[in-house]
Design a protein around this ligand. Structure first.
Ligand code: GLU
Length: 257
C-alpha cells in the first residue's frame, strides 16, 4: 500500500511539474533575474565608449541597450555593461557572460553558426583609413601592401575577397590598430566607416577611401536557441524603434547621418 501511495505521489509530482523548474528560455531568465548584462565596446566612438565626464558607458549601442532594457524590464537601471572586443564578443554570448552583445557586430552567416542575431538596427559600410599623402585611392592600390585589421572583425574576409594579395596584420584592439597605422606598420586600416570616422576627425593627416567593400548590418547578438522568445522580443523592440523615430533620433544624436 505504501509503495502504491508513493508511486501515485511521484506520478502527480511528475505530471503536474511540481519539481522546481527554472525559466525555460533566455527571455524569461532575464525577466526573472530582473537585470540584463550587455556586452558593449568601450573603444569605438560613437557606438560604444567610456564617457570621460561621467566615467560611464555611452554611445549609440548603449542607447539601443537601454531602450531594449526599458522595453523588457520597464527600466534601464538594471543593465550591467561588460566590455567586449571583436575578438571576445561571440564567446561572451556562448559562455553566458553576457545576455546579449550590442557592439557594432555585423550579422554574418559564419557567426550564425554560433549565435543568433536580431534583425539589423544599423547599416554601415566598410572602408579603409590611409595617410592623405599615401597615394592610395582605392582598394586595388593595396595590392602587395600591408593592411591592418582588428582580429575577429569581418575586415579580414572582406579584404581577402577584394584584394587577395594584400598582406594582412591583425591587432586585438582598435587602439593597437590605430597606433600601428600611425607608426607606419601598415599602409591602411580597414574597418567600418562608422568607427574610422572618429579616428579621421582627430587625426587630420588621414582620410577614408570613398570606396566601400561591404555592407555591414549591425544586429544584437544572443545565445543560439530553438526557443525564439528573446530574439522575437528584441526584433519587436527594434522595429518599434524604427517606427517611433528612435533610430533616426539616435543617428542624429551621434552624428551618424
Ligand atoms: N562590423 C564589423 C564586424 O562585425 C567590423 C567592425 C567591428 O565590429 O569592430 O566585424
Amino acid at each position: 500500500m505504501k509503495k502504491i501511495l508513493s508511486l501515485i505521489i511521484l506520478t502527480i509530482i511528475i505530471t503536474t511539474g511540481c519539481f522546481k523548474k527554472g525559466p525555460s528560455n533566455d527571455f524569461d531568465k532575464i525577466v526573472k533575474k530582473d537585470s540584463i548584462t550587455v556586452g558593449v565596446k568601450t573603444d569605438a566612438k560613437p557606438f560604444g565608449f567610456i564617457n570621460e565626464e561621467t566615467g560611464l558607458n555611452d554611445g549609440f549601442d548603449i542607447d539601443i541597450a537601454k531602450y531594449i532594457a526599458r522595453s523588457i524590464l520597464g527600466t534601464d537601471k538594471n543593465i550591467k555593461f561588460i566590455s567586449v572586443t571583436p575578438h571576445s564578443r561571440i564567446e561572451a554570448i556562448t559562455s553566458g557572460k553576457a545576455d546579449m552583445v550590442i557592439a557594432t557586430m555585423s550579422v554574418t552567416n559564419q557567426r550564425q553558426y554560433f549565435i543568433d542575431f536580431s534583425v539589423p538596427y544599423y547599416v554601415a559600410g566598410q572602408t579603409a583609413a590611409v595617410r592623405k599623402d599615401s597615394g592610395i585611392k582605392t582598394f586595388a592600390d593595396l595590392k602587395n601592401k600591408i593592411s591592418i585589421v582588428v582580429m575577429g572583425t569581418t575586415a579580414e574576409e572582406n579584404l581577402r575577397r577584394v584584394v587577395p594579395t594584400t598582406k594582412i596584420i591583425g591587432f586585438k584592439t582598435y587602439k593597437e590598430a590605430f597606433d600601428a597605422l600611425k607608426e607606419g606598420k601598415g599602409d591602411a586600416f580597414i574597418t567600418d566607416e562608422t568607427i574610422l570616422s572618429d579616428f579621421i576627425y582627430h587625426n587630420k593627416d588621414y582620410k577614408t577611401l570613398k570606396q566601400k567593400i561591404s555592407i555591414e548590418l549591425y544586429g544584437v547578438g544572443i545565445k543560439k536557441s530553438k526557443d525564439k522568445k528573446l530574439k522575437e522580443a528584441i526584433d519587436i523592440v527594434i522595429s518599434r524603434m524604427s517606427k517611433d523615430g528612435t533610430l533616426n533620433y539616435l543617428r542624429k544624436k551621434w552624428h551618424l547621418d
